[in-house]
Design a protein. Structure first.
Length: 164
C-alpha cells in the first residue's frame, strides 16, 4: 500500500482558501453594519500590493512592492465591503488614502484582541520565492505595534501542496 495520497480532481485547496477569505469578508461586513469595531477588536490585514484588482496609491506600492499590512483600529473611514473585497480610508504619514483590496489579494488577517489569525497560502513569485512583507504602514496614533502571538491557538494556516 502506498503512503502517498492520490491526486485529487477536486480543488480542495482553492475551495478552503475561498471559504476562509469569506470569513474576513463577513467580519468586515459586520463592522461596516455596526458602524465601528466592537470592544477592543482591531485588525491587521496583509495583502499583495500588486494583486489583481488592488487599487492603492502609487507611493504605497513603491514602499511595499510585494505585500503590506494595514491596521483597522482607531483611524479609518468609509469602510465598504462587497462580495469580492473591501475599500477603506486610512492615513499614511498623515496623508489620507483610499485603498481597494479584493479578498483574493488578502494573505493574512489577525485580530490580536482575541488572539485570532488566518493565514492564506502565499502566492509564489515567478522565481519560485515566497516574498516577505513589510510592517503595517498606516498611522496608529498612540498605539505600539503589537505582534500577534504565534503559539498556535486560534490560528488557522492553510498550505496545500500540489504534486506536479
Amino acid at each position: 500500500m502506498s503512503d502517498q495520497a492520490p491526486d485529487s480532481l477536486i480543488p480542495y485547496d482553492e475551495i478552503v482558501q475561498e471559504a476562509l477569505r469569506a470569513v474576513v469578508g463577513r467580519v468586515l461586513g459586520e463592522v461596516e453594519k455596526a458602524g465601528g469595531l466592537p470592544g477592543e477588536h482591531h485588525f491587521y490585514i496583509t495583502f499583495k500590493t500588486q494583486g489583481q484588482g488592488v487599487d492603492i496609491p502609487r507611493h504605497l506600492v513603491e514602499r511595499f512592492p510585494d505585500e503590506m499590512t494595514i491596521v483597522i483600529q482607531n483611524r479609518y473611514w468609509d469602510l465598504k465591503v462587497n462580495p469580492d473585497g473591501f475599500e477603506v480610508g486610512l492615513s499614511f504619514n498623515q496623508v489620507p488614502a483610499k485603498l481597494i483590496i479584493p479578498f483574493a489579494a488578502v494573505t493574512g488577517f489577525v485580530d490580536p484582541a482575541v488572539n485570532f489569525a488566518l493565514q492564506f497560502q502565499a502566492q509564489i513569485d515567478d522565481d519560485g520565492e515566497d516574498s516577505g512583507h513589510g510592517s503595517a504602514g498606516n498611522d496608529v496614533p498612540g498605539e505600539p505595534m503589537v505582534a500577534p502571538v504565534d503559539d498556535g491557538s486560534n490560528v488557522v494556516s492553510v498550505d496545500f501542496t500540489r504534486k506536479k
